[in-house]
Design a protein around this ligand. Structure first.
Ligand SMILES: [Zn+2]
Length: 234
């Protein structure tokens, strides 16, 4: 009799636990979006509005001869993100002056720190208009992580969701390519409903709802997790 009751309890508890996990998963993904896409940078945690590419990327390499073995790896990293984002990539010749996305192979890095990779982006009216990657060819141990991580920065994810299983996190050093969460984050940022210039609080709420749709969350979980989001803490 006692064991039968115990089984009933376990059966009753399992769905509750699963629901809690699903809600936690959505909350974690929404937090990762806020931290990655709605902050100016790690050095400046000020909340920022949505910014993303709205036009094709015109990709050129400044000095491919400096690391000929890394050209296609870097190009693939950019194109893998663009494919998820639905952004067209046009391949241009070396130093094409019409390029808006330029890759430099730079052993010193922009700020002169050995081993650093670096990305910068510029936007007009919240639409990204120029991106630069500085890929350090001396960083042999995880050059694929470097190319993907920095490319994500140049696609509008300025900062780092350290608690998430993301190639953007400093905690998950094992991540060298896009994680399933990264794919969800890219699809969310580049969802047409998330318009450039949307302010942090409404962007956070809408991004959360889009993530919930993608993750198959229940309407009650989406409402509970997304309703009162205010964006990343300033
Ligand atoms: Zn970074």
């Amino acid at each position: 009799m006692r064991s039968a009751r115990a089984i009933v309890c376990i059966l009753a508890l399992l769905p509750t636990a699963a629901l809690a996990d699903a809600r936690d998963d959505l909350a974690g993904a929404a937090r990762a979006f806020d931290e990655a896409a709605l902050r100016l940078s790690d050095d400046n945690a000020k909340p920022t509005s949505v910014h993303k590419w709205m036009a094709p990327i015109r990709l050129s390499f400044d000095n491919p001869g400096a690391a000929p073995n890394l050209v296609e790896l870097t190009r693939r990293s950019v194109k893998a993100i663009a494919a998820e984002a639905g952004v067209v990539v046009v391949d241009l010749e070396t130093r094409d002056t019409t390029a808006n996305f330029i890759v430099y192979f730079d052993e010193n890095g922009t700020n002169g720190k050995s081993g650093y990779c670096f990305a910068q982006s510029w936007w007009k009216s919240w639409a990204l208009s120029h991106g630069e990657l500085r890929v350090n060819p001396t960083r042999i141990r995880d050059i694929d992580r470097c190319a993907t991580h920095e490319s994500l920065h140049a696609f509008g994810f300025n900062s780092h969701p350290h608690a998430a299983d993301s190639v953007l996190s400093y905690t998950y050093h094992g991540r060298r390519t896009l994680s399933p969460l990264d794919v969800n984050l890219i699809h969310t940022l580049y969802d047409a409903r998330l318009t450039p210039g949307l302010k942090p609080a409404p962007a956070s709420q809408l991004a959360c709802r889009i993530l919930g749709e993608r993750m198959g969350s229940s309407p009650s979980d989406i409402d509970a997790v997304c309703r009162d989001r205010k964006g990343p803490p300033s």
